[in-house]
Write a protein that binds this ligand. Structure first.
Ligand SMILES: [Zn+2]
Length: 117
């Protein structure tokens, strides 16, 4: 299942100086794996902005808007999926965890969520 989304055209704080910016440099797409919906794998195609920082005292010229509630910077999966995968990988521990990760669906979920079909 694919979800296409984009961020709102609201000001975003520069991570370097925290001054609010709204002048758009460019847009690009991030692909994020998310938790399943009704048993189907979910990929979010999220269009995000790169903004200019107009603060002359700041060393950054541009920055990508952050979405900390959804995913960490450069992450390829949502924070929710990351927490779920960590719970699956760590909770059973030892041999039980090793057996669990041999199951194809769990292997895809834990090790390679974006290439799963
Ligand atoms: Zn700045």
């Amino acid at each position: 299942m694919r979800i296409e989304a984009s961020t709102r055209d609201e000001p975003a704080a520069c991570p370097g100086c925290e001054v609010s910016a709204r002048r758009v440099h460019s847009r690009y797409e991030r692909r994020l794996s998310d938790t399943e919906i009704t048993g189907r794998e979910v990929v979010i195609r999220l269009r995000v902005r790169r903004l200019f920082c107009d603060n002359n005292a700041c060393s950054r010229r541009t920055f990508a808007e952050a979405l900390p509630a959804l995913a960490a910077r450069h992450a390829r999966r949502t924070t929710t999926l990351q927490r779920l995968q960590c719970a699956v990988a760590l909770a059973p521990g030892g041999r039980a965890g090793a057996r669990l990760t041999r199951h194809p669906a769990v292997r895809r979920l834990v090790f390679d969520p974006l290439t799963a079909t």
